[in-house]
Design a binder for this molecule. Structure first.
Ligand code: GLA
Length: 376
């Protein structure tokens, strides 16, 4: 039980699911995430010291961070995301004051639903709030991304932190990662439901593999830039890619091909969503998974088994991995009247194939940052 009365504010930020547009945010592409009702909540009060005292509803641990030495906590088992976020926020010129923070996270860890972004974004928003600053969600997202990159060592794009900070209830977000223009698109799936399924395969080594993929796309861009006037891979057309196929090493060509085609799929998904063509949207999800498996190689046996089990169910129009990959969750579009049957079928098939048990989530699409004053 949380004793709310001990705190001045509760600040929350969202986990996210990505409908389509995977591994292209760091290539300047458009992505299509939505913020979830799974969130990290931070109960916070100023404590008049130079310490940020962290506690968790899910852990017995307590950690104290000195606000004058925030650069020193990279190796903490728990509290490193909070420390990194506070450090980068401070380094950006913001005031960090001593406080007590209780973290209550409902985003499943290691699930590819961005628990880390939710923690980073809510930590910064909490620090800003108790220092009396007005919340600027885009600035917070950008600094949270820096914390993930510089402090946690994952060279991530902006999608997760942006969705976590700037999400809107019942809307998907068509985010152009080259300029951060964001169009909110009402998530109207007609007679279909969005089902998130956790493979429960822990995504080990994700950091190193993620950074490797990112480096490969950068290598591809550097080679192509010698011949073409492009600023990012999302600007590359399919025709130009095919023309320059022979100057790219084959693995790099595959990675770049995924980026180019995934960008095309996002554009089609936008149209499908606007015209209510959920069948087409489902086909795009399936094609995205195939490309992430064959060209980008970020799926793995468990995610493939989970996506295929879903795709084989007659009431499912499409299913794919969501997030960074190498484990984590899938997202599926399923006829609302058949959801229970779908879950049973997928659970069985997935367990037969992998020995893992799948979990299904009933998350809804929610706001990004929320700030609530507890004590007046
Ligand atoms: C992780 C990263 C994001 C994005 C996705 C893949 O979630 O944090 O920036 O690259 O992987 O789309």
């Amino acid at each position: 039980m949380i004793n709310e009365k001990l705190y001045d504010y509760v600040i929350t930020a969202a986990g996210r699911v990505n409908l389509i547009g995977e591994h292209i945010d760091y290539c300047g592409g458009k992505v299509f995430p939505a913020a979830l009702s799974f969130r990290n909540a931070v109960y916070v009060r100023a404590n008049g010291t130079d310490k940020i005292n962290l506690s968790w509803t899910t852990l017995p641990d307590k950690v104290s961070l000195n606000i004058n030495q925030l650069q020193n906590y990279k190796n903490l088992k728990y509290g490193n995301y909070q420390a990194g976020s506070a450090y980068l926020w401070q380094r950006a010129g913001h005031k960090v004051i001593g406080c007590d923070m209780l973290h209550d996270c409902t985003v499943p860890f290691g699930s590819g639903l961005s628990s880390s972004a939710a923690i980073e974004v809510s930590t910064i928003a909490a620090l800003a709030t108790i220092a009396g600053e007005k919340i600027n969600p885009v600035e917070i997202a950008l600094i949270a991304q820096k914390a993930e990159r510089e402090y946690a060592g994952v060279n991530c794009g902006i999608m997760d932190q942006y969705a976590s900070a700037c999400g809107k209830k019942d809307c998907a977000m068509l985010l152009d990662c080259s300029n951060l223009n964001c169009k909110y698109v009402p998530l109207n799936l007609k007679e279909y439901s969005l089902i998130i399924t956790n493979s429960n395969k822990p995504h080990d080594l994700i950091e190193s593999k993620y950074n490797e993929r990112r480096a490969e796309t950068e290598e591809g861009l550097a080679i192509l830039k010698k011949h073409l006037k492009i600023n990012c891979l999302a600007e590359l057309s399919k025709t130009h890619l095919e023309k320059h196929k022979n100057i790219l090493p084959s693995t790099i060509y595959n990675r770049v091909k995924h980026v180019v085609e995934e960008c095309e799929r996002v554009a089609l998904a936008e149209k499908a969503m606007e015209s209510g063509d959920i069948i087409l949207l489902g086909k795009l999800l399936n094609a995205s998974h195939k490309s992430l498996k064959e060209l980008y190689e970020v799926t793995g046996y468990e995610l493939d088994s989970l996506a295929y089990a879903a795709q084989n169910h007659p009431s499912c129009v499409g299913s794919r991995m969501t997030g960074g990959g190498f484990g984590g969750c899938t997202v599926s579009l399923v006829k609302s009247t058949d959801v229970e049957n779908f879950k049973n079928y997928v659970k069985n098939e997935y367990n037969k194939a992998t020995g893992y048990n799948a979990d299904f989530y009933d998350a809804s699409v929610a706001e990004g940052i929320t700030v609530t004053r507890i004590n007046k």
